[in-house]
Design a protein around this ligand. Structure first.
Ligand code: ADP
Ligand code: ASP
Ligand code: MG
Length: 602
């Protein structure tokens, strides 16, 4: 069995001794145990700070050399603590345990794991204590690499997958996976179980309790994963993975970045142009749509232009007439002039197809979305709307061009394609009472970048995102607006996306160059934003979820800057100062608040 203990769980001598006792207990119950540990407490942060005091721009190689030392302290101390209990144990670094990675410092992916030594020690009755977060490059130089912050979860799940372990337990400072971060919302409640798909979205949207790549491996290899407190014996949260698949460990984290292409020919698009940019507008619009029991699929709200926004959404084609009627009726109301229907600018398009690429392998790989856009451009397909989540990129295109788009994408990503099955059930059944929203997350580490007036022709998104990808800038939420504004006789659209704050300056430079080269309009960057998201498989077939989220924000006078959705999540950008209030409001609106407060150990 595999157990992983995070920083706070090994933060002091007492904590290390408590972990040793717990491990010893499991051994005495007759199990072979391997343990993965993080650096003690905030050691990694302290090391980063030290490096920044010496150098503004430290080399990634030397950073890995430095940061990997944190884990080496805790493995040796834990082994000693086990020895003191009379338990045979040996500590091993990432290299010694055979975690082979690519040479990409500070964010290396695991290529394979040579388990012979680990297995030998386990067979000899030893507890093996492994340094998380680190590996060794496959090149002849045996470079020390790290997997990225929070990466020891990934080490643990990858080792568990490689050994075919019966279970991988992640011990941390909270009782398990909660409906949101209890440090921000003390009324957060424990979820006894969550599916891998939901967890993957939550983790990549800011819930740092699990590293998204750990969830990805658990899902791909079917590793039974549990998250629980290292302070208690409570069972914690089970992360439900599909049944274990006998899969090659070669290229462990470098399997196809895209698992599938999905399409849906049955969509129609409604766009409301130039509606006021103030709190409550999205809530009113989608509230009305929900009153008509219309299920909305993609929703995109683009950057505001002066005092107005464009909001576009898709519905099933059969529902277009109803959705259009709602839009016609509400647009003048939103503009504050119910009698004036002239101004209403509503576009409908009933010949829309949605094409998506899907796969956890695209997390942290900036080139994947760019490749989708360039593939579509090369096939001559114009992209209308774009909406992304960390594990999915969806584009709407003209229905007649859908076949072309699918064939090109299947070839580019070497996968087969299937129509989106709206009735598909997850491989692990979730109880029928499962609420449509299971959890909420806040991410304040992002910045918003927008480019105005991008010429509306195939290949523009491809070229812009390829530039960012080449520079290694990971783009998160991408949306492309609906508006086709005529600039010098050319129709244009706005494109907005988010990037990590520390990459915002670089993104701005790249995008400004691109804007000049392709004759686009202004570029603006805002890093005082927060992304607030809700996740749940149940929302696929439940109308009104988006409306409820927007209404909760409106009630608190919180303005929404940007909206992007995928089937199982809705994300809104709000002002950074509104972030925590927005999270609390949304958490409450979906009845996620529990009666008991979660107390996080200091
Ligand atoms: P470890 O050191 O054990 O790896 P982390 O600090 O990486 O622990 O992750 C645990 C923290 O994740 C918790 O203390 C909590 O503040 C935060 N967190 C954010 N979102 C959630 C969530 N949905 N459920 C539980 N914890 C969360
Ligand atoms: N110690 C590393 C970090 O702080 C890895 C981890 O804790 O998972 O990011
Ligand atoms: Mg962690």
């Amino acid at each position: 069995m595999f157990k992983k203990f995070g920083g706070t769980s090994v933060g002091s001598v007492e904590r290390i001794q408590a972990v040793a006792k717990r491990v010893n207990h499991t051994v005495l119950a007759g199990h072979q145990v391997a343990v993965v540990v993080s650096a003690m407490g905030k050691t990694t942060d302290t090391l980063v700070k030290l490096a920044n005091e010496i150098s503004e721009n430290p080399s990634c190689r030397e950073m890995d050399m430095l940061l990997s030392t944190g884990e080496q302290v805790s493995i040796s101390l834990l082994s000693m603590a086990l020895h003191s209990l009379g338990q045979d144990a040996i500590s091993l670094t990432g290299a010694q345990v055979g975690i082979v990675t690519e040479a990409d410092h500070s964010r290396a992916r695991i290529l394979n794991i040579r388990t012979e030594r680990l297995q030998r020690h386990l067979n000899d009755g030893k507890v093996v204590v492994v340094a998380g977060f680190q590996g060794v490059s496959s090149s002849t130089d045996f470079e020390i690499t790290t997997l990225g912050r929070g990466g020891s979860d990934t080490s643990a799940v990858a080792l568990a997958a490689a050994l075919g372990a019966a279970k991988c337990e992640i011990y941390t400072d909270v009782p398990g996976i909660l409906t949101t971060d209890p440090r921000l919302v003390p009324a957060a409640q424990l979820m006894p179980h969550i599916t891998c798909d939901e967890m993957l979205e939550l983790a990549s949207l800011g819930a740092k309790v699990l590293h998204p790549r750990a969830v990805e491996i658990a899902r791909n290899y079917g590793v039974p994963l549990v998250v629980r407190s290292s302070w208690t014996d409570e069972p914690g949260t089970q992360v439900l993975a599909p049944t274990r698949q006998p899969k090659s460990l070669e290229g462990l984290e470098l399997v196809h970045p895209v698992d599938a292409i999905e399409f849906d020919l049955d969509q129609a698009k409604v766009a409301l142009l130039r509606i006021p940019d103030r709190p409550g507008v999205a809530a009113q619009l989608f509230g009305e749509i929900a009153n008509q029991s219309l299920n909305v699929d993609l929703i995109i709200q683009s950057i505001h232009d002066g005092n107005t926004n464009d909001i576009a959404f898709t519905v099933m084609r059969a529902n277009l007439a109803k959705a259009e009627a709602v839009a016609e009726a509400i647009a003048p109301v939103l503009r504050g002039n119910p009698t004036d229907t002239n101004e209403a600018e509503i576009l409908v398009d009933q010949r829309v197809a949605k094409v998506s690429i899907v796969g956890a392998g695209m997390i942290g790989r900036p080139g994947v979305a760019a490749r989708m856009f360039s593939t579509l451009a090369a096939a001559g397909v114009n992209i209308q709307m774009i909406s992304t989540s960390e594990v999915k990129v969806s584009c709407t295109v003209e229905r007649d061009e859908c076949d072309l788009a699918i064939n090109a994408l299947c070839e580019a990503f070497q996968v087969t394609c299937s129509p989106l099955d709206k009735t598909a059930t997850p491989e692990q059944p979730i109880p029928e009472t499962s609420p449509e929203v299971r959890g909420a997350a806040l991410d304040i580490q992002q910045a918003q970048v927008a480019i105005r007036q991008v010429p509306d022709q195939p290949g523009m998104a491809a070229q812009i995102f390829a530039l960012l990808a080449e520079a290694g800038v990971s783009v998160d939420m991408i949306i492309q607006s609906q508006r086709c504004r005529l600039v010098n006789g050319q129709t244009t659209r706005d494109i907005a996306f988010t990037v990590a704050q520390d990459e915002a300056a670089q993104a701005r430079r790249l995008v400004e160059n691109a804007a000049a080269k392709f004759a686009c309009g202004d570029v603006f960057v805002n890093d005082a934003i927060a992304k607030i998201s809700v996740v749940g498989l149940g929302m696929i077939n439940t109308p009104g979820v988006a409306a409820r989220m927007f209404a909760a924000l409106a009630e608190h006078q919180i303005n929404i800057h940007m909206i992007a959705t995928s089937e199982i999540k809705i994300s809104c950008l709000v002002a950074e100062a509104d972030g925590v209030n927005a999270l609390k409001a949304v958490h409450e609106a979906f009845h996620l608040d529990g009666a008991e407060k979660v107390v996080v150990p200091a």
